[in-house]
Design a protein around this ligand. Sequence first.
Ligand SMILES: [Fe+2]
Length: 414
Amino acid sequence: MNASTAFPRQGDKQNSAFFEDFLQRLLRERDTTGLTDMIDEIDAIMITVDPGHSIRYIGELALMTPYHYLVTLESESHWTHILRIDMNSPDFLVREVKDPNTRGIFRSLNEVYPIGASKPNSRYMGEILRVDDLHSVASRQQERGFRFFSQDQARKLELPGNLAISKPSPYTHNIVAYMERPRDTNRVYSLGISKIDDDIQEVYRAAKDLQKYLGIENLILPIDHLATRVYSQNREVAILEWLSLSSYYYWGSYDIKDQNSSTNVTKSVHHTSEIHSPAKVFTANNTPYFVNHLEKLPSPTETFVRNYGPRLHHIALAVRDGETDGRENIDQVVRQIASQGRDFLLDVIGSKEHGLKQIFSSASEHSSLIIEYVQRYGDFDGFFAKDNVAELTHAAGVDEELMALQSQSRFDHH
Ligand SMILES: [Fe+2]
């Protein structure tokens, strides 16, 4: 049996007595009831984009990540494109709605937020977790108070029929789905009619050829972490809820005082390497927006959540440790991708002495997601450097302010 409470605690951020008490109780119960062992890695992540965007988004991902286009599942009102690296890392599901007037629960989550509303169907949906016994996991989670879409609702949403899909979290707005798949078997998504889309295949091939031409095809590794932003008051409950839905443990939290924010990290109990199951990170402001006129502290994280709603903020990809053409690999990757016109929000930050280097790309016009690259040196086993996180948070905030202004001017003219 795994002891989810036995991992050493990192970080300097203080939690409430409520958090510390329920962290122990929830994880112990998860272990003793067998749920920790029944739920395994993140098997896939799911994103929806607006009509016409998946082809260019897949081109972007094929250039900036190690993902390959595999197949498209066509259903009545969606195309679901499956991207894969291999069976050791999560799949990447890109769903495109066919009709811009599509309405539904996921669109509704975007529409109450001023910038989120500008790309109404585009949002990160959540993760699919691999389980050995779908029925047992779903029924135990229901007994613990979690709600799931019914089979009929899942079919209407045109999500794979072999999943148990939770309702969106009130704290992160993400869903968690479970998929039954015995270890060492292939991933199967029961949805629609599968085909290779020739147009997507062409864009994918061109992007992979470009990746090779730029000499970066072996430098970018699978997903390292997924970072979700939540309202300040939801930091602790968002972490506890995710730990209850997954087999992750609480690694620790760092206070990023400069940015009035904290970074909270959870990792898989079953896999030490993030490449096999990415870390899940939650970022929250330390104080709510309505005290800022008193405190006068920067608040890029709370501002992001107010503009987009709680949601995934970035996907971090690992970069292979080492040098290429006399440059550290992360510098090479950024230089080559920037040469193709993609913007980055700041220069590569950090150093060998810090243990790692990191950078944020600009947000994708298709998914609104930022790509982070992170290169760790040698046997550095820390997760991040506080100075780096402060700089990254600041840079993303500046970019987002510009987007907010643009979106504001759009509304004024209408
Ligand atoms: Fe990150």
